[in-house]
Design a protein around this ligand. Structure first.
Ligand code: NIG
Ligand code: FE
Length: 421
């Protein structure tokens, strides 16, 4: 059979194959390595995976990539980011170094609210251009699919402007983007003392309008709504109103839970069938058991703890041992994690959350794909999946988490086309 492209002779073809479900427990240590591996690509999809002799015997092509002495693996999926924003938080970075607390900064009108001010002022064009540069960094680090949240508008017009920016970047940047609508990220200053009125605005106006403009985008069939359930942000009852309304409107659900304070939102989100619950730093054993028994993916954000210089991390080790399906994200955002790199998130997860490189690799590929509702399309090198592939300039995939801060990416292939080599 004739195909568009064959990649052959890989020292390790790291498939992350999972047979259609997220990885849990001991399966997290299996990255599905085929030594001297090869794969065949046609029409942007993977049509065969095997050893080089098998693939070369069964397929012909005019385009062969020799991956001798290299690793071939799925591109990274980043399942939790806030990449669309204006400006930066460099002043806050210095305040935090001097000992200021994240939630205190937020309470005093800084933090998320300072990014809201900058994002409201930015034109759509400027917002897109600032965000594009961040996506370029993520791409260079091997991410080919990313979730992006709104949440720096906190008024209808700016939240919808952020969605427009995500749609435009999705069309014009090689990274595939999944929009998550997050007007419930913080309370805007103009609603101080009238917080429940803002919740009503989200439910009665913002979510329905967002749903309508998403419906106009024929290419977008996979989208989410999210809430930041936290002290100085949304309480459990407010989070319930937002998540239940979003579910009724047809959004997939995500929730920022237990980043600093456990307000009970993990249970609520799991009961509502959330696709993911994210952060999980203060999640209880009982909630870990609920997560393990559910289809919800737990997304950890070790870059946040690292960025805060904190020694406390979400107990992803325990969660994996208890059979939760765990994914890793960068949480790329201007405040708690200005970091574009999934390999760096993996490196931190290995050191502070005690994941093995294999577990971190599955967490940033196949489980991350499930965490954004795309587990059947991306995240592993399996027949029928999109050919979103990296070739790494190393012969052992573990090097990516071991040698932190390096970049091993030699070739990036998106839906079967070489975009960087
Ligand atoms: O995931 N925790 C809430 N949202 C982001 C931080 C956003 C910001 O600080 O700008 C997070 O950590
Ligand atoms: Fe976040």
């Amino acid at each position: 059979m004739k195909v568009d492209l064959i990649i052959e002779n890989a020292a390790q073809l790291v498939t992350c194959a999972s047979g259609g479900k997220p990885k849990r427990g001991a399966a997290m240590t299996d990255v599905g390595i085929i030594e001297n591996g090869a794969l065949a690509i046609s029409g942007g999809k993977i049509v065969a995976v095997g050893n080089t002799k098998e693939i070369a015997g069964n397929f012909q092509t005019e385009n062969v990539i020799d991956a001798g002495n290299k690793v071939v693996c799925p591109a990274f999926v980043d399942p939790h980011t806030h990449v669309v924003f204006a400006g930066n938080r460099l002043n806050e970075f210095e305040l935090k170094i001097k000992g200021a607390d994240y939630l205190e900064i937020l309470e005093n009108g800084g933090g998320i609210i300072s990014t809201v001010k900058q994002t409201r002022e930015a034109s759509l064009k400027s917002l897109i251009e600032q965000s594009r540069r961040r996506l370029d960094e993520m791409l260079a680090c091997g991410t080919l699919t990313a979730e992006i949240k709104t949440g720096y508008g906190l008024d209808t017009a700016t939240e919808l402007k952020m969605l427009e920016a995500i749609f435009e970047l999705d069309k014009t940047h090689p990274i595939d983007l999944i929009p998550t609508f997050l007007p419930a990220h913080a309370f805007p200053p103009e609603f101080k003392g009238r917080e429940d009125e803002y919740v009503a605005l989200i439910c009665d106006e913002m979510l329905p309008e967002a749903k309508e403009i998403i419906n106009y985008q024929s290419s977008i069939t996979n989208y989410f709504a999210d809430v930041f359930c936290e002290k100085n942000a949304f309480n459990l009852e407010q989070s319930r109103r937002v998540l239940e309304t979003a579910k009724r409107l047809g959004f997939g659900l995500k929730a920022h839970v237990d980043e600093f304070t456990n307000l009970g939102c993990a249970r609520l989100a799991i009961e509502l069938g959330a696709t993911s619950i994210d952060h999980l730093d203060a999640t209880s054993d009982e909630e870990i058991a609920l997560l393990a028994a559910s289809q919800t993916i737990g997304i950890v954000t070790p870059t946040v703890n690292f960025n805060f210089g904190s020694a406390h991390f979400a107990d992803a080790r325990k969660m994996i041992d208890k059979h939760c399906a765990i994914a890793v994200s960068t949480d790329y955002n201007p405040g708690s994690a200005p970091c574009p790199s999934q390999p760096l998130a993996m490196a931190i997860a290995c050191r502070y959350q005690k994941l093995l490189p294999s577990e971190a690799f599955n967490a940033a590929t196949i489980n991350a794909a499930f965490a954004v509702g795309l587990g059947d399309k991306i995240g592993s090198l399996e027949v029928g999946k999109s050919a979103d592939i990296l070739i790494l300039d190393t012969n052992d995939y573990r090097q990516t988490a071991y040698e932190f801060g390096a970049n091993f990416i030699e070739t990036i292939i998106k839906t079967g086309k070489i975009i960087t080599r």
